[in-house]
Structures are given as structure tokens and as C-alpha cells.
Design a protein around this ligand. Structure first.
Ligand code: ATP
Ligand code: MG
Length: 200
């Protein structure tokens, strides 16, 4: 399974709907400073609900909505809504149809060769709302997270390596680095369960 495309609509610096295609094995995004490269990563974290520990670069969710006056902090007009869709190529059946159907809570998920996870954040005068969709079906964040976890994608994992993470890993104590390897290998989960069992 891999990310086939990310569609950003009114997200951060992407004021116009933009589809960014990705290759299966390796894709490089280049561009001048401030052109929006890292915003694409933020979009992936946002849409897949991976932001909790990996840190999207925004103080509030609504800062992610495109704001034409972002640079000078001026007032905004237009729609206060941002949408990101991450399109996963699942043609290798990393996730089974059953897994997708269970996450969506309905049979009606279309062809699961392609898994589309979409998130929308909407700001109103006094509040904001966040919605998740799996192949166009409204779902909860936990449905998305449970589904992705079955493909080895978790908020605690290292599927996304942020700027600074590599330096941090280099500067860690050997013990702390070992904990990361345990996390990636899936052993850490059992350590936690073992601790719990001893606790009881
Ligand atoms: P660098 O090479 O320096 O890492 P980059 O290509 O990764 O740059 P980003 O950090 O992705 O750049 O983009 C930063 C730009 O996004 C800034 O110009 C900032 O003004 C703009 N930006 C961030 N949030 C918003 C928003 N809500 N609305 C409009 N523009 C935004
Ligand atoms: Mg950057």
C-alpha cells in the first residue's frame, strides 16, 4: 500500500484545489523556501489523523484553513473550510475488503483497490467542526486509526519522519534508540501488555 495522491483544497497555502501525485517507491518534492512543501506533509498528518504525536505545524486546527492574509495577519473572507484527501493505492490488498467494510460500517465502500481518506475542518462564527470520511462514508477518527493500524500506520509509528527527528534519533541514548526499534518492530506493544499483566 502506498500514497497515490494527496488532494488539498483550501488547506494552508493551497488556496486552490490541488492534486499531488506520488510514485510508488520514491517521490521528491522540491521548491523554494515557503512554497508549501512541508504543508503537504502537514496535509497527510491532518487527513490520516496522525498528528497527535508527530506534530502538525499549527496552533489550532483552524489555522490549517487557507488564509489569503496569512503573511500579514489580515482578516479573511471566503469559505472557512479546508479539505484534504489522501488516496491510498491498496491494489496489493494490504487491507482486505472486510477490514475496510468494518471500518466504514457499511458494505457500500466501492472498490477497495483505492482507499480514500478525507478530512474536512469547518469554521463557523463561534466554533469549528472536523469530519472524517472513508471512501465517502462518514466515519470517526478512531475508525480511521484502527484501519490504518492494521496496515502498520500509527500516530506513534515512524511512517512520517519529521524534520529534526533524524537528528533527535542520532543524539539519543542507545536505550532510547532501542525503544524506537522496538516500536517499529511491533515489540513495544508486548512490553506494554507484559507490564500491565505484571501490574495485575
Ligand atoms: P522550506 O523550504 O523553508 O521548508 P516549505 O516549502 O516547506 O519551505 P511550507 O512550510 O510548507 O514551506 O509553507 C510555508 C508557507 O505556507 C508560508 O508562506 C506560509 O505563509 C504559508 N501558510 C501556512 N499556513 C497558511 C494558511 N493557513 N493560509 C495561507 N498560507 C499559509
Ligand atoms: Mg519545509
Amino acid at each position: 500500500m502506498y500514497i497515490k495522491a494527496v488532494v488539498l483544497d483550501n488547506f494552508k497555502s493551497f488556496g486552490r484545489k490541488t492534486r499531488i501525485p506520488f510514485y510508488e517507491d520514491f517521490t521528491v518534492v522540491t521548491g523554494p523556501n515557503g512554497s508549501g512543501k512541508s504543508n503537504i506533509i502537514d496535509a497527510v498528518l491532518f487527513a490520516l489523523g496522525l498528528a497527535r504525536t508527530r506534530g502538525i505545524r499549527a496552533e489550532k486546527l483552524t489555522d490549517l484553513i487557507y488564509n489569503p492574509g496569512h503573511e500579514d495577519g489580515s482578516a479573511t473572507g471566503g469559505p472557512r473550510e479546508a479539505i484534504v484527501e489522501v488516496i491510498l493505492d491498496n491494489s496489493d490488498d494490504t487491507l482486505s475488503r472486510t477490514q475496510v467494510v468494518n471500518a466504514a460500517g457499511t458494505d457500500d465502500v466501492g472498490d477497495v483497490e483505492e482507499i480514500r481518506i478525507r478530512r474536512r475542518v469547518k469554521e463557523t462564527d463561534d466554533n469549528y467542526y472536523s469530519y472524517y470520511y472513508l471512501n465517502d462514508r462518514a466515519v470517526n477518527l478512531s475508525d480511521i486509526q484502527d484501519l490504518l493500524a492494521q496496515a502498520g500506520v500509527t500516530p506513534e509509528g515512524y511512517n512520517v519522519v519529521m524534520q529534526g527527528d533524524v537528528t533527535e534519533i542520532i543524539n539519543m541514548t542507545p536505550h532510547a534508540r532501542r525503544e524506537i526499534i522496538d516500536e517499529i518492530a511491533g515489540v513495544a506493544e508486548f512490553d506494554a501488555k507484559k507490564e500491565d499483566a505484571f501490574g495485575e
